[in-house]
Design a protein around this ligand. Structure first.
Ligand code: NAP
Length: 255
């Protein structure tokens, strides 16, 4: 049986680790050719190897999403081998300092988080826009519970702001690109066990317990818990879905 994404070319930012790696593997399993874009060449190579050893097609390109010119150059290079029809804006970071921290510290957090999580999403989307319009493509942005609320993890003004922005960008772009047949949606993961929160989980077991008490499914998520919604939003199964966010959070937001 042909996969749900047969014939598609998908670019996944931050595809060298965690959620991005899980999505890249799932897309390849569904028949897409995957391009892993990441600042971390070792992680990107690992994803490509995992996909290749499972019989899928993937390649890697080093890309810092904050570098607007580099995003344009990467998109141009990729187009030479075919236009992408799926873009996953997944690259992201988090830091947890209080807003009262030293101005230099909190200022750097603000600049780094907003420039990767928010400006990066704009840079990459703008760079691939012609390709996505030509293929009537699909964009999947990775938001968060924090696209709506400031959850039990304290000290995350910049991260919460960035993820509210991801949702706003998703809705605005869905409205603007619908006429071109481009669908734009987001996924809101709950607590997913990846490197981004490994140190915080180890340092704050009470915080994890608090989040779990508020999570009806009673467990933290894995990258593969996000891969299913990401396949759905990239495939024709969601042909009439745009401007939405699918919460994959074990039910956190419903209680
Ligand atoms: P992760 O395991 O740390 O993966 C993030 C990947 O993005 C890493 O490979 C990282 O490379 C890469 N990256 C960082 N800065 C980049 C840049 N400027 N340009 C390109 N790539 C860059 O984290 P994750 O949990 O999978 O996070 C993926 C996305 O899910 C993020 O947007 C995050 O905010 C979101 N999310 C995660 C959770 C969760 O609980 N895990 C919940 C909600 C939302 P390095 O290794 O070099 O840093």
């Amino acid at each position: 049986m042909a996969g749900l994404l047969q014939g598609h070319i998908a670019a996944v930012t931050g595809g060298g680790s965690g959620i991005g790696q899980g999505i890249a593997q799932a897309y390849a399993r569904e028949g897409a050719r995957v391009i892993v874009l990441d600042t971390n060449p070792d992680g990107a190579r690992e994803t490509v190897d995992l996909i290749a050893s499972a019989g899928g097609q993937a390649s890697a390109m080093k890309l810092d999403v904050t570098d607007r010119a580099a995003c344009q150059a990467a998109a141009a290079e990729i187009a030479r081998a075919g236009n992408i029809s799926i873009l996953v804006n997944n690259a992201g970071i988090n830091r947890r300092n209080p807003i009262t921290a030293e101005p230099a510290v909190i200022g750097k957090d603000w600049d780094d988080i907003l420039s990767i999580n928010l400006d990066g999403m704009f840079n990459v989307t703008r760079a691939f826009l012609d390709q996505l319009r030509a293929t009537r493509g699909r964009i999947v942005n990775i938001g968060s519970i924090q696209s709506f609320v400031h959850v039990a993890w304290p000290n995350s003004a910049a991260y919460t702001t960035s993820k509210h922005g991801v949702l706003g960008f998703t809705r605005a772009l869905a409205a603007e690109l619908g006429k071109d047949g481009v669908r734009v949606n987001a996924i809101g993961p709950g607590l997913i066990e990846t490197r981004i929160n490994a140190e915080a989980r180890a340092r704050n077991p009470d915080m994890v317990a608090t989040v779990m008490r508020h999570t009806p499914l009673g467990r933290a998520g894995k990258p593969e818990d996000i891969a299913g919604p990401a396949v759905f939003l990239a495939s024709d199964m969601s042909a009439y879905v745009t401007g939405c966010i699918i919460m994959a959070d074990g039910g956190f937001r419903t209680v």
